[in-house]
Design a protein around this ligand. Structure first.
Ligand code: HEC
Length: 138
């Protein structure tokens, strides 16, 4: 009797162990590849100095955009390329921001890429040219 209990316990322990190993296998084999992670904004690598997204154009943005104010003014905002251009013009008109010259394109590329408004898709475009008709009352 005692022996059977030991065997049962052994089988139970082994089953649990195998289940654990299998679970591990499921998790690791279904983990998201690093390339897909880079798409999600929250997982992009941030520069420790500024908190801005690391990119080959970051140096230019740091040089042109972080000497007057906190880089948070950038990272907290979301504008379209046109919106960012307007902010630059506004700072140039009111806050002594210099002419960015050729670097403006590089800076705008960066801002548009990482600090654009997130798009919200509705299920379909709103209907247009609807022909309304009056309901007849009885
Ligand atoms: C010459 C100084 C200077 C430089 C350089 C500068 N800014 Fe500014 N920026 C300002 C000032 C001043 C404000 C207003 C700050 C405030 O309201 O407290 C401002 C505000 C902003 C704001 C907030 C605008 C709003 O509507 O609230 C954003 C976004 C911004 N800057 C982005 C940038 C970007 C992008 C660059 C690089 C192209 C840049 N700044 C470079 C002076 C500068």
């Amino acid at each position: 009797m005692k022996q059977r209990g030991t065997i049962l316990l052994g089988i139970l322990t082994m089953t649990l162990f195998l289940l654990g190993a299998f679970r591990q296998h499921i998790y690791t084999s279904h983990s998201i590849p690093a390339t897909e992670l880079a798409v999600a904004g929250d997982t992009l690598k941030k520069d420790p100095d500024t908190g801005l997204v690391v990119d080959e154009n970051l140096m230019m943005v740091k040089a042109q955009c972080t000497s007057c104010h906190s880089p948070k003014l950038i990272s907290q905002n979301r504008f379209t390329r046109d919106g960012w251009r307007q902010k630059i013009r506004w700072m140039q008109a009111n806050h002594n921001l210099w002419d960015l010259g050729d670097t403006e394109k590089v800076v705008l590329d960066y801002l548009e890429k990482y600090y654009a408004p997130t798009q919200i898709y509705s299920r379909r475009a709103p209907l247009t040219n609807i022909e309304w008709y009056p309901l007849k009352q009885k």
